[in-house]
Write a protein that binds this ligand. Structure first.
Ligand code: FAD
Length: 441
């Protein structure tokens, strides 16, 4: 099915993450001010923006998955949503082909194209990884991890074989950057709540955090990283650095030093690479991300822009480097994309992208967090307050903010809910099913 755009002009944005969503929202405002009749189309496989920084809280059962999904029909009423995946782009004919498993392919023409399809989990050639581990990039993965882990705990309660019982009560998380560390902290809190409710010793549930690096969370610096390491170890998390996985099966993992750890629950949170569609475009990539200039334009294609995790955006505050894949940069790049796209259509002036990193907030479960806002190093309860205040402010819709605050307040006075809903299946939560990473041959 083909749709041409005789008039008005059309901007097609691919991906409704932080960059695409913010770009669409700001572009609507800029073009409305200019009184320009330009159609904005957002191509997206989901009808929401996923607030990923709170996925560890979803996996830990602290907040509901719906609270971290910002509805696009509600927030972008003047943007046309095309539900599906942009599969290919014809840069000469200026068209994009959108696929959806339940309908025919759709071809959309564009006058300006904004590529913000984000990133997917970086996988390595580890036997058994795609079959037996789960990532933490989608709501399906977070929900599956929570439900799967709770189910393992329930099965362990009635397991007579002590080895199988121990394996069901063991969790391995690979990746000790902020996402993996937040995940293991939340799963530990969920496990503690379970053990307390069922009346057994929490130390019977074992947690292992692995990373090939020498430190945990290098993003927050040595001092805060070391503090986090001590707190996590005090909570009974076995942290092994300069270590990864050699192979996985359904019932065990083998570490790179040959140690065999029986487990049924493995999370792989070792970083990201650009979305798979980027490699079909025939455009230059840098570390899996699209090459762009400081105005977020793809060199040689003045009508094509890119930003967020999908783009290797030069960091003008640190010459020679590219901006890290964070929501902080993606959101601001979304605004810069809108301004520069509008300028290319004759409204306003383009500006290069410039943003100095404002630091990171990392929630490490009950009563503890680390944060370095504007270079100020915080840990413990002050960091916890900053972290929670930041997330509730950054979630860009009032109803979601309200629900998250209520969930936090409820959790302060009530125990976490422990029922396993089983809504997400094993296939839908895998790297292929939930993130769209092509199956390895
Ligand atoms: C668990 C976790 C915790 C995090 N915590 C933080 C944090 O505390 N602070 C921080 O700054 N950053 C954090 N990040 C990083 C942050 O989530 C990313 O940097 C950010 O999401 C990037 O935004 P984006 O818009 O580029 O891409 P994304 O948010 O990944 O969005 C891309 C969108 O494009 C869609 N898409 C993909 N392919 C296609 C296609 N072919 N066609 C159409 N649409 C497509 C995807 O479905 C998705 O909706 C965290 C990430 C994770 C996973």
């Amino acid at each position: 099915m083909s749709e041409n755009n005789a008039s008005p002009q059309r901007v097609v944005i691919v991906g409704s993450g932080f960059a695409g969503f913010t770009c669409a929202r700001k572009l609507v405002r800029l073009l409305a001010k200019a009184d320009r009749d330009i159609e904005i189309v957002l191509v997206t496989p989901t009808d929401y923006l996923l607030y990923t920084p709170l996925l560890p809280d979803v996996a830990g059962g602290l907040i509901d998955a719906r609270f971290v999904t910002i509805s696009l029909p509600d927030t972008l009423p003047r943007v046309r949503l095309v539900i599906g995946k942009a599969e290919s782009v014809d840069l000469q004919a200026k068209t994009v082909t959108v696929t959806h498993e339940t309908g025919p392919d759709r071809e959309l023409s564009w006058d300006r194209l904004v590529l913000t399809p984000g990133s997917v989990t970086r996988l390595f050639d580890v036997p058994g990884l795609t079959e037996h581990a789960r990532g933490l990039k989608t709501a399906a993965e977070a929900l599956y991890l929570r439900d799967h882990f709770l189910r393992q705990l329930e099965l362990a309660d009635n397991e007579e074989d002590p080895e199988v019982r121990e394996a069901r009560r063991t969790v391995v998380v690979v990746g000790a950057s902020y996402a993996g560390t937040e995940l293991i902290s939340q799963l530990r809190a969920l496990a503690d709540a379970y053990a307390a409710r069922r009346g057994f010793d929490r130390t019977q549930i074992r947690f292992l955090l692995l990373d090939t690096a020498e430190r945990v969370m290098p993003e927050v610096g040595e001092r805060l990283g070391d503090k986090a390491l001590h707190v996590l170890r005090d909570r009974g998390i076995d942290i092994r650095l300069k270590m990864s996985l050699q192979k996985l099966s359904e019932r065990e993992v083998v570490l790179t030093d040959g140690t065999v750890v029986p487990t049924y629950t493995v999370a792989w949170v070792t970083g990201v690479t650009g979305a798979p569609m980027l490699s079909n475009l025939g455009l230059p990539l840098e570390r899996g991300r699209l090459t762009v200039d400081t105005s977020l334009r793809v060199p040689g294609h003045p009508e094509v822009f890119a930003g967020g995790d999908a783009a290797a955006v030069p960091d003008v505050t640190s010459p020679g480097k590219i901006t890290p894949p964070t929501a902080q940069h993606a959101t601001r790049q979304g605004k810069a994309l809108a301004r520069n796209v509008a300028a290319s259509l004759g409204f306003g002036r383009a500006k290069p992208y410039k943003h100095r990193d404002m630091g990171l907030v990392v929630d490490l479960g009950p009563g503890f967090a680390v944060a370095n806002p504007l270079g100020v190093h915080l840990s413990g309860l002050p960091a916890k307050a900053v972290t929670r205040a930041y997330h509730t402010y950054a979630v860009s819709r009032g109803v979601n903010r309200w629900a998250i605050i209520l969930a936090y307040l409820t959790n302060a006075v009530m125990p976490r809910p422990l029922s396993s809903l089983g809504l997400v299946g094993s296939e839908e939560s895998g790297f292929v099913g939930s993130e769209g990473i092509p199956r390895q041959s």
